[in-house]
Design a binder for this molecule. Structure first.
Ligand code: FEO
Length: 393
């Protein structure tokens, strides 16, 4: 069902209440999501983005209840990923054959690569304009936010920035606007989205936001392609992005571990005790990577000034949940965070050394050689581990 944002602009997207996983099984979306699509009606009418493939028929059916498809003059594809382009095939089947699709050059590659259709693509670059009547849509390429094809679009007179995945959140809501929902929940989903999707591209985010600010565009609303729309003080999320993109850290240490017979778990808890003894102000999170959700783990790592990573040695290496999460952490390309490793062993005991080396390749400043414990930590070893934690804190 269409929902009016202004006299000219309506939301015609799909709220996905039941989405629990995104990007396959990579991203946990406990609060669902939405695929935001917008209809802009002036002398010309344009549709900005569509919805995820499983909802293609529903999307087109709802759109037809709002407007005769023949009256849509153009489709704007801000980003080719299937959660926004998925309904294009169904839509274009019913629209006049030659309806133009405005997107970047990389957008053409992405959309053709997925749908293998020779649609009427109109390639746009930063600064290109589409006159709609009284209003004009200006395109702003935003490569790597988060794909090479991504662009934003700015609608003057209405002062709306359509920001694609940027500034979004995976959050299904009965409301449209960010100021209508519980703020802790909103910001938790916004930082989770940033940490898991946009963190590797912090430099690009800073550059693009700076460029946007230098354009001095009045912005009354920021309409992302997922979640709630920023209407009240819309620049609040832009300010947050600048903070998150600038080597973000809170006064938090996160201890990640996996364990076979609880010895490495005991080590994690003893280290945490030492840290708490030393510094009562630091937030310490202890997460078993085999039991905690990886989306949450990455978000806690993103918030941290230091991480500790622990695993017992098994088959001359470390446990697979630690290997998996480290691969994801490496991809985040985090800067200015410290790290150290720990783990128990019975025989060969290589894991701590391997973890220490791998943490360096993930971009962490590794602050010591780690702590290895043969077999189960006894009382004296637990004291040493507490001291290890104190020193790190
Ligand atoms: Fe929401 Fe990158 O697609």
């Amino acid at each position: 069902m269409a929902r009016k944002l202004t006299d000219r602009v309506s939301w015609v997207g799909k709220t996905d209440w039941e989405l629990k996983k995104f990007h396959g099984d990579e991203f946990t979306t406990v609060n669902g999501s939405s695929y935001n699509s917008y209809l802009v009606r002036d002398e010309k009418t344009v549709l900005i983005d569509t919805a995820w493939l499983p909802y293609d028929k529903e999307f087109v059916k709802n759109l037809k209840e709002e407007i005769n498809l023949a009256n849509i003059d153009a489709v704007i594809a801000l980003h080719g990923e299937i959660d926004h382009s998925g309904a294009l095939t169904e839509l274009m089947r019913e629209m006049p054959e030659n309806t133009p699709i405005y997107c970047t050059a990389n957008g053409v590659k992405s959309i053709q690569g997925q749908y293998h259709k020779d649609w009427n693509f109109q390639v746009v670059k930063t600064g290109d304009k589409l006159l709609l009547g009284e209003t004009t849509l200006t395109f702003i390429e935003a490569p790597m936010l988060h794909w090479p094809d991504t662009m934003f679009a700015y609608l003057d007179k209405e002062n709306i920035l359509f920001s694609s995945d940027g500034f979004g959140q995976h959050l299904a809501s009965e409301f449209l606007y960010a100021d209508e929902v519980e703020q802790d929940l909103l910001y938790n989903e916004a930082i989770k989205y940033y940490a898991n999707i946009l963190a590797p591209f912090g430099m690009m985010a800073t550059k693009k936001i700076t460029e946007l600010m230098q354009m001095n565009l009045p912005i009354d609303m920021i309409c992302p392609s997922h979640g709630l729309i920023w209407r009240k003080e819309p620049m609040q999320i832009v300010t947050k992005y600048l903070e998150w993109a600038n080597h973000y850290q809170e006064n938090q240490i996160t201890i990640l571990y996996d364990t076979m017979w609880n010895d490495t778990k005991k080590m994690a808890e003893a280290i945490a005790r030492g840290m708490q003894n030393k510094d009562k102000t630091v937030t310490i999170k202890i997460l078993n990577t085999a039991k905690n959700d990886k989306t949450d783990v990455l978000t806690e790592v993103f918030r941290s000034k230091m991480i500790l990573v622990g695993s017992p040695t098994v088959n001359n290496g470390y446990l697979h949940s630690i290997a998996g999460i480290l691969e994801m952490i490496k991809g985040m390309k985090l800067k200015d965070k410290k790290a150290a490793a720990f783990g128990s062993y019975g025989w060969s005991g290589e894991a701590v050394k391997q973890l220490t080396e791998y943490l360096k390749t993930c971009g962490f400043e590794v602050v010591n050689e780690g702590f290895r414990c043969m077999w189960t930590p006894d009382e004296a070893t637990e004291k040493e581990l507490e001291k290890f934690g104190e020193d790190l804190a």
